[in-house]
Design a protein around this ligand. Structure first.
Ligand SMILES: Cc1ncc(COP(=O)(O)O)c(C=O)c1O
Length: 428
């Protein structure tokens, strides 16, 4: 048997240019496969007595041998791998950050205390009073609330744009003081795909100083290499698939080299470091994310196709379905889909939706997603915040997360749920 302490290369040899579904092996160049990287990045058993998983460092104070070392470590505090003070980075946080950044093809990553903290930290890294940002109307609701509330109070104006805006129409919205183009694809709740490379190119042609951010939580660092598609800063709620077990709150921000220190400084100023145990759980979760995601994807598509054929369903919102309006973009730029998708039901009273969802046996009702368990969350379309373009769907929306259960059991549960939906709808 070979040495159990074989260390894999620390650096991905080359980030992929574009992720094609049926890309031949040679199109990957000399880069190791993602499933190899996810297994080996961010760990060095030889440095840890052969221990496979990087140990958890609980640290606030870091002791230095003398004043000179203390001072020079402080000087280097925003550099990757520097251990200066617990909040600024430990060997545990660097292990996770290295793994995520290399998997996504970025220069570096910064971990923070939640996905929302990753969004706010990334935005605050780039704006000052008097600036303007562009945000998709389909962004995660708390991203929108942050812009409408705190950013507005700080003197930063937000213009919301329709998620499927053309590059030309977007160009017209870019101003001299526009600092950020904020994207999210597919959109939260409504799952519109954005042509991020085209939007990024158009916005930067008008204002080369503008920074493109994306909330890449849906696709994860595995299925969308955001930085190879015109994005400068890619944001992940690691709370979802990276953690994968609904027991961690963490956010990650992957950047190009140009923006790494700016984002790091923002996280430090805000003081929102993630705790060491959550970082450890996220790195542990990351190791199995590729296999979990494959199953989430498969089951999600099985449920989506089944729902598509049901008379109670007006349409399924899932970019990996060939009939979806965003399918061409998904197919061109993404290498997979996660287990999160939506359905628009035929128009029905709220009680009919409640009758369906409340008594589902295998789908939990709750916020967040990305764990091993299936979820269903009803959304009243009138509660969607749309400034740029109204949502045109007439029926109620339900967002589903396909977990790791047997898909046949999930379908049976949904079938019984739709029967309840029909009973109440017809009676009302
Ligand atoms: C798309 C998206 N981004 C960010 C977040 C925020 O993540 P967290 O709950 O870790 O703050 C969520 C949470 O549901 C989300 O759905």
């Amino acid at each position: 048997m070979g040495s159990p302490l074989k260390i894999m290369p620390k650096t991905a040899r080359q980030a992929p240019k574009s992720a094609a579904h049926d890309a031949p092996e040679e199109a990957r160049g000399s880069r190791l496969g993602d499933e190899t990287l996810i297994t080996h990045l961010g760990r060095d058993p030889l440095a840890n007595f052969g221990v496979v998983n990087p140990p958890v460092y609980h640290a606030s104070t870091i002791l230095h041998p003398n004043t000179e070392s203390f001072a020079s470590s402080f000087q280097r505090r925003f550099e990757k791998g520097e251990v200066n003070y617990g909040r600024m980075g430990t060997p545990t946080s660097y292990a996770l950050e290295d793994a995520v950044a290399q998997l996504e093809g970025g220069y570096g990553a910064t971990s923070v205390s939640s996905g929302l903290a990753a969004i706010t930290t990334a935005i605050l890294a780039f704006v000052k009073a008097g600036d303007h940002i562009l945000m998709t109307d389909s962004a995660y609701m708390p991203s929108q609330s942050f812009s409408r509330g705190m950013l507005a109070r700080l003197g930063v104006e937000t213009t919301f744009y329709p998620p499927c805006i053309t590059a030309d129409d977007l160009s017209a919205l870019v101003r001299k003081n526009t600092r950020i183009l904020f994207t999210e694809s597919p959109g939260s709740i409504t799952f519109e795909m954005q042509d991020i490379p085209a939007l990024s190119a158009a916005a930067k042609a008008v204002n080369p100083d503008l920074v493109v951010l994306t909330d890449n939580t849906w696709a994860t660092p595995l299925y969308y290499k955001a930085l190879a598609h015109g994005v400068d800063v890619s944001i992940h709620a690691g709370t979802k698939y990276i953690g994968g077990h609904s027991d961690v709150m963490i956010g990650l921000i992957t950047t190009t080299e140009q923006h790494y220190v700016t984002v790091r400084q923002s996280a430090t100023s805000l003081g929102i470091a993630s705790g060491p145990d959550d970082i450890y759980l996220a790195l542990r979760g990351l190791r199995t994310m590729a296999v979990r995601l494959r199953r989430h994807q498969e089951t999600g598509l099985t449920l989506a196709r089944w729902l598509e054929a049901r008379p109670e369903v007006a349409r399924v919102l899932h970019p990996a379905l060939p009939g979806d309006p965003g399918h061409a973009i998904w197919r061109r730029d993404y290498t997979g889909a996660c287990g999160l998708f939506g359905v628009e039901l035929v128009p029905a009273p709220d009680q009919a939706v409640a009758a369906m969802v409340d008594d589902l046996e295998l789908f939990g009702i709750g916020a967040s997603w990305g764990g091993y368990e299936s979820l269903a969350m009803p959304i009243e379309p009138r509660k969607l915040h749309r400034e740029a373009e109204s949502w045109t769907g007439a029926g109620p929306l339900v967002r589903f997360h396909a977990g790791l259960e047997d898909p046949d059991d999930l379908i049976a549960d949904l079938e019984a749920g739709l029967a309840r939906f029909n009973r109440v709808r017809k009676a009302s």
